[in-house]
Design a protein around this ligand. Structure first.
Ligand code: GAL
Length: 430
């Protein structure tokens, strides 16, 4: 049964790849080389960046695009929902009906594969050649957006997933000297925090529960075994993974899961209000604390690697595409050139709370919290792994099944059932 499904998928994949090649031949081949002179008319930009902490960086980049192309009319097509939970579904419908926006957001990595295989995005290698980007973006990232030697998106940033944000005052008042270095230590601190009437760890909707899961797995298993979960090298049903999953269940008992917040920003609010101590979230949270709430880094809020992940960088990258059939293709190409430029990345990232995907950032623009990821990302001793929740490591079909199983796991705590479901879904979707 499984064998035949795998065979079917292999055939589908081969057909899809053939379709990409065939369709590439019919398309207006290389995007225009000119890149000179402003573009005019409509440009529809699709993302999930809305709400405090997500929208500020986007606005800075769109403003720069408008400044350089005064006659362009930007249509900012946002679909609310952190991590693109709702946007991905809306986008799927538009792509299916061949009604794409002019450029849309995807995470770099496995999340873009299905679009490439279905021939939904153009090969934009020519832009990389024209702009000299093959030498400017890290090879690891180029590999993630390249299929059969062709590149399909422009990464605008690097975000870090494995971060534990906290309120230093709440710790101090509870007599806790420092944030936990391991999840076991967190579980001990949780008793103290609960006795003081504080929520140890806050949580939001399912994607934030998945975000927590990936970082508990990384902290408990280490970078190699964690990466093996996505490559098939680590057995989901093995004893160490089961133990890590059970640890996750223990951790969840010390969250506000029963009244989980609607998105990542309201999940952070109890920390700001002094009612909770910790939240595991990516570094877009910095913009929420600092810009949206006007708080001071280190004294009013602080951050440390999530427990067990010191020296590790669980990364993700937001990237933009040139959809096949984009109505305003010239504007989209101009947009992609800006999104990948040093000027564009240095305008966007300091505000977004991320570091540039490019390797030639101006370090003077990355101060406060951002000085840390900038240094860690390029430090040769940092162990870099990819994020599950944010599209780097698992293809969309497998990830969707994992998320369905995770909903059950969070409710019933049955780690064996969850591990078996994830393993079966992996095998069915390769
Ligand atoms: C991530 C995305 C970030 C940020 C976050 C919260 O998936 O890569 O840029 O938007 O979701 O919405």
């Amino acid at each position: 049964m499984r064998r035949s499904r795998t065979g079917f998928l292999a055939l589908t994949l081969a057909a899809a790849l053939f379709a990409v090649t065939a369709c590439g031949d019919d398309e207006p081949t290389a995007p225009s080389a000119s890149g000179t002179g402003p573009v005019a008319g409509d440009f529809e930009f699709f993302s999930w960046w809305t709400g405090p902490g997500d929208s500020e960086g986007k606005q800075a980049l769109l403003d720069l695009f408008k400044q350089e192309n005064p006659s362009v009319n930007i249509i900012d097509a946002v679909v609310a929902g952190g991590a693109g939970t709702n946007a991905q579904a809306a986008l799927a419908t538009r792509l299916q009906t061949n009604d794409p926006p002019d450029s849309y957001q995807r995470h770099a990595g496995a999340e873009l594969l299905a679009d490439i295989q279905a021939g939904k995005v153009e090969d934009i290698s020519a832009i990389y050649d024209q702009e000299g980007w093959r030498d400017i973006f890290p090879q690891r990232l180029l590999d993630m957006i390249t299929v059969d030697g062709k590149i399909y998106s422009v990464p605008v940033n690097i975000h870090r997933s494995n971060l534990l944000w906290y309120n230093p005052q709440v710790l101090e008042e509870a007599g806790i000297a420092a944030p936990p270095k391991t999840w076991d230590e967190f579980l001990q601190q949780a008793q103290t925090l609960e006795a003081a009437g504080k929520t140890p760890l806050t949580i939001g909707p399912l994607w934030t529960q998945e975000h927590l899961l990936e970082n508990v797995l990384l902290g408990e298993l280490g970078p190699d075994a964690y990466s093996g979960l996505w490559s098939g090298q680590t057995d989901w049903t093995s004893a160490p993974v089961t133990a890590a999953l059970d640890k996750y269940t223990e951790v969840l008992k010390h969250t506000n899961l029963s009244e989980a917040a609607a998105d990542w920003q309201p999940a952070i609010d109890p920390i700001i209000d002094g009612d909770a101590a910790y939240n595991v979230m990516g570094d877009w949270a910095n913009t929420y604390f600092a810009t949206a709430k006007g708080l001071t880094f280190e004294t009013q809020y602080n951050v440390t690697p999530s427990p067990g992940t010191d020296g590790m960088f669980n990364f993700l990258s937001d990237s933009f595409t040139l959809p096949v059939g984009a109505e305003h293709r010239d504007a989209a190409i101009a947009w992609l050139r800006l999104a990948g430029s040093k000027e564009g990345q240095d305008a966007f990232n300091p505000i977004k709370g991320s570091i540039p995907a490019r390797t030639d950032a101006d370090p003077s623009k990355y101060t406060g919290y951002l000085a840390h990821p900038l240094q860690d990302w390029s430090n040769a001793s940092t162990q870099i792994v990819g994020s599950l929740t944010h599209g780097a490591v698992a293809n969309n079909a497998w990830k969707a099944e994992l998320e369905t199983a995770l909903g059950d796991f969070v409710a019933d705590g049955d780690s064996a059932k969850f591990a078996a479901a994830v393993k079966a879904a992996y095998e069915a979707n390769q």
